[in-house]
Design a protein around this ligand. Sequence first.
Ligand code: ATP
Length: 589
Amino acid sequence: MQCAPLRRLPCFPRLVSRIHNDATALPIVNIPKSSIYELDEQEPILKDVSLVVHPHDSWAVVSADVAAGKAALFGALMGTHRISPPAPPPGGLFPFLQDADPHRYVQMVRFAHRGKGSGSGFYDFTARYGAVREEDKRTLRETFFPEMARPIHELAVSSLYKAEQLESPSEEDVRAKERKKAYFDFLTTRLRLTDLLDLPMIALSNGQTRRARIAKALLLDPKLLLLDEPLTGLDVKSRAILLDLLDELQRTRASPHVIIGLRAQDPLPDWTTHVALIEDDGKVQAGKKEDVFSTTFTPSAPLSSTSPSATADSASPGYKERAQGKAIINMTGVNVAYGPRKVLSDIHWTIRANSRWHLIGENGAGKTTLLALLTGEHPQSYTQSSDLLLFDRERAKWATPLLIRNIGRVSPEMFNAFPRRHSLTVWDAIGTGFDGGFVPKGQRGVGISADGERLEAGGHEEQWRLSRMHEVMRALGPSQWHTHPESISDEQYFRRPFADLSPGEQSMVLLMRALVGAPPLVLLDEAWAGMDKAMVQAAHKYLRDGGGGLTDEQACIVVSHWEEEVPWGPEEGVQRFRLDSGKGQRIYP
Ligand SMILES: Nc1ncnc2c1ncn2[C@@H]1O[C@H](COP(=O)(O)OP(=O)(O)OP(=O)(O)O)[C@@H](O)[C@H]1O
């Protein structure tokens, strides 16, 4: 079979033969003026949704401010939400499938944080930093792409393996296998995964794992692929690479039809032709992007392949140096390597009281690894001796429970690992912040003293902690961001089970937990994930100078691939520390 020459895409004849490849093709999705409900609820989340996706249109589902609506629309397409009235037969919800099984042909990759129903136990997310355990040794290739790993028995006893093949595979099977292998090579190269394929899965950084999940989904060859927030957690270069790849696959029709889910602040890919804008009142504006955006909503600026943070190396005009206090952390030549693989090399960085930092670097640059040295979770923090001073002491001289009391933090790993027992309330979750642990302690749920004793009932420390609980709730609780703040008081919110909150609310509660003890060092790694716009605004306001969330005794480091997620501007003297090829460098905004 001859393939038309494609720009960069290899020939994948099987994949090219899609159901919908001519002008008369049936719609991909048909939702006819329906409402969308949680399965067991009577009140709709979305009202009067009319959405018809035609084969040659590229759709983005964008949530204006509140994230829940987008999740509901994708939920409707995945069958986890009810559509009423349902799409009429014969086409139903996916006319182009012509009764083929949607479970096989519709795939979804979601990058928002794990929310409800994720179990009650705590798992050790620091396992990846140490010697990799036997059960964690499975490589990326073996875990995500097992058909691309050579069978072990073929390697060990090749004659035996061959003997098992009673019939030789047909020519068609061989060709299909070759095509799949070529597609695998193409995807892993384009998504910059080739060097990672034989690393233990557990060793991959957040962004690397996300790229691998997208490659895996594409390789399954679905006919409709829903990608919800695929840009979250990707560095600037990877975002451009992914959007380019999706564009190319769509234009050549050699891929599934893709519907992309975006937050309001995400850039809209150039190739998007249609938008379903989910508004806060549950209404959905769906149509050509220029029509939807001509009304009330302005999308973010288009994606550029460089960010200012990646290029600037001198202070911008409005930059104002902050007065800084004593050194909290001092690194003078810190290194991290896994065998021959050097991740951090000769890092020099002093973090002082009252400093505000934005830690930047591509996916896999070592940001999480560096923070794990500061929190003492990384075993190699022990071997750095005097090159790494944490609060004036070497790591080895700190008992871990005492060290972590000095650090408030939020990270995607911690978000996922945080226990979600139904009995754990919002109060309990925030209260664990005083000890830095994950189990509520003390009679009032605000922890115990540094020497492991109970706090004196009614004593100064207990009173201070109780007042801090209310302070963070006033600043970051529902009164600041709920669409109907009068419907829930702070006291009621404190009593809600943490596990019942939306992912964005859970992020907010974990931010309160990080700040409640007013620790000298606050680490905010992708802290805003899943939050609605009003939540992010409340958090930024609180963290900025004069907001009350941070004192000048504290230092704060924000990790984010998005410039606009950093609460401070140059006028507040934010500094950047950039990791690149293992090296670290302080730069100005
Ligand atoms: N046990 C290990 N063995 C080999 N390499 C490892 C191991 N653990 C981590 N790495 C590598 O260390 C590098 C740094 O990972 P890290 O998670 O710190 O990156 P990051 O900058 O936080 O990335 P992201 O922006 O994607 O979150 C990655 O390339 C990762 O593959």
